[in-house]
Design a protein around this ligand. Structure first.
Ligand code: BGP
Length: 461
């Protein structure tokens, strides 16, 4: 059976400013929390490689964009670095950054790649973190100003805007599990951060609408279908709460303009409700999105809690469940479960009014891909082709069932830097030699080209 996709489907890849740009001398960029954390604690980062050492997109974007186009991409999601536009987070604009992004977006149009532009990918300007970061309401207004500045500066070149990438990750990694700066463990502070992110998102959408900028605006959320260990009431309840924490916390405000009631009740019971105003809630209610980006990597499997942490944590309400039949990507420690993408698509259709959405990230990070080099110097990443193939088969089935999905972006085009893992796991369709900065198309890149050029899912071999 041949799986096909609509002729105007968006085929592309995703990356972010902090993971791909790198730093150029005298570029006027200010520090963000990643620059700072690496400076303070380089030992936390794999091989002590920090965000300065990336795939140098800032220097090579003209060639990189042509290369990405040559493997069939018709669209690309990247992010604007807030600390590049506003080195202090607010105040004076860095004009070099304006010229830089205008040239990137112009080049994208020249080569035939539609820009999907995200405003925030985990990279808060350090001066704003020093004011308390997302816990401080002032940062919400600073974000709204930054967002409307970008709409005005680049609105003639960008028609697909996104406010945040994976806002729940900012909450869980920064305020519960210590994978991101400021690496604190405090559920009340986490709730305030989450609330401010939802509000900042809605304020940016409001600014976009009131400025009557052309195009569409949305948010990119990482969704994991939640599967309980079995259908007994205690495991089902665990799944319901996990879903509220990790999916509905941002999905509901973005699409329905409300927060999930079980989450509100739970936070209230633990005296962890954030400070809010009725006026904020009205802004959130009135500014739902035009388009949703969905990052899908893995499902979440849960069971009733197995222990009680000392303070409120997600684990107070559920525990991880290890499914005996799981297939793992051992390098990243994530389960591979393509059916999850189908289940998400159907849920968006049935429970959220079938919004316009696209797969904003999907991919497989693998360590030491040099093992798979053939005699021509090409990485034979058939495992990645299999991964894409299986997820795209699931997506095609969802489309056939009426899902309103308009595109599929892989993570990522050219191997890029990853948060604490730096260059350990590689995700790209194109390999990067970090030492020489040489780019080489992998086998998956050619496979993707065949897909994007025909809209027919090629076989794995
Ligand atoms: C997503 C992020 C990306 C990217 C990707 C791969 O959660 O939006 O920035 O990093 O995951 O994950 P990792 O780099 O941690 O392996």
């Amino acid at each position: 059976m041949k799986y096909t996709f609509p002729h105007n489907f968006y085929w592309g890849s995703a990356t972010s400013a902090p993971q791909s740009e790198g730093h150029l001398p005298d570029d006027g960029k200010g520090q963000n929390i990643w620059d700072y954390w690496f400076e303070e604690n380089p030992e936390l980062f794999f091989d002590q490689v920090g965000p300065q050492t990336t795939s140098t997109f800032a220097k090579n974007y003209r060639e990189d964009l042509r290369l990405l186009r040559s493997i069939g991409l018709n669209s690309l999601r990247l992010s604007i670095s807030w600390s590049r536009i506003f080195p202090e987070g607010t105040g004076e604009i860095n004009e070099q950054a304006v010229a830089f992004y205008r040239d990137i977006f112009t080049t994208m149009h020249e080569v035939g790649i539609e820009p999907f532009v995200n405003l925030f990918h985990f990279d808060l300007p350090l001066p704003l973190q020093n004011l308390g970061g997302w816990e401080n309401r002032h940062v919400v207004s600073a974000f709204a100003t930054y967002a409307s500045t970008c709409f005005s500066l680049f609105g003639d070149l960008v028609a697909h805007w996104f406010t945040f990438n994976e806002p729940i990750v900012i909450v869980e990694c920064g305020y519960l599990y210590q994978f991101h700066y400021p690496a604190v463990v405090d559920s009340k502070r986490a709730a305030q951060v989450g609330y401010h992110l939802a509000l900042a998102h809605a304020c940016a959408v409001a600014a976009f609408r009131s400025g009557k900028f052309p195009g569409e605006i949305g948010i990119i959320v990482n969704l994991s279908p939640i599967y309980p260990k079995d259908l007994s009431p205690e495991h089902k309840q665990a799944a319901l709460i996990a879903d509220c924490f990790f999916n509905r916390s941002f999905l509901d405000p973005a699409l329905k303009g409300t927060f999930p009631q079980p989450l509100v009740d739970l936070l209230q019971a633990h005296d962890a409700l954030p400070n809010y105003t009725e006026h904020d809630l009205a802004i959130i209610a009135e500014n739902t999105v035009d388009i949703l980006g969905v990052n899908y990597y893995q499902p979440r499997r849960v069971q009733a809690p197995t222990h009680q942490p000392e303070q409120l944590m997600p684990e107070t309400y559920f525990a991880h469940y290890e499914w005996p039949e799981r297939i793992m990507n051992p390098y990243r420690g994530w389960e591979i479960y393509p059916q999850g993408l189908f289940d998400l698509a159907i849920r968006l259709k049935n429970d959220y009014g079938n919004p316009r959405w696209y797969v904003a990230e999907n991919g497989m990070g693998v360590e030491n891909e040099q093992r798979f080099l053939d005699e021509t110097g090409q990485i034979q990443d058939t495992y990645r082709i299999q991964f894409f193939h299986d997820h795209l088969s699931a997506l095609a089935s969802a489309l056939a069932s009426g899902a309103n999905c308009v595109g599929y972006h892989v993570w990522t085009g050219i191997d890029n830097w990853s948060w604490l893992n730096a260059y350990k796991n590689r995700y790209g369709l194109i390999a990067l030699d970090l030492a020489t900065q040489t780019r080489t198309v992998k086998r998956s890149g050619l496979w993707f080209k065949a897909l994007a050029e025909t809209n027919v899912l090629p076989d794995v071999e």
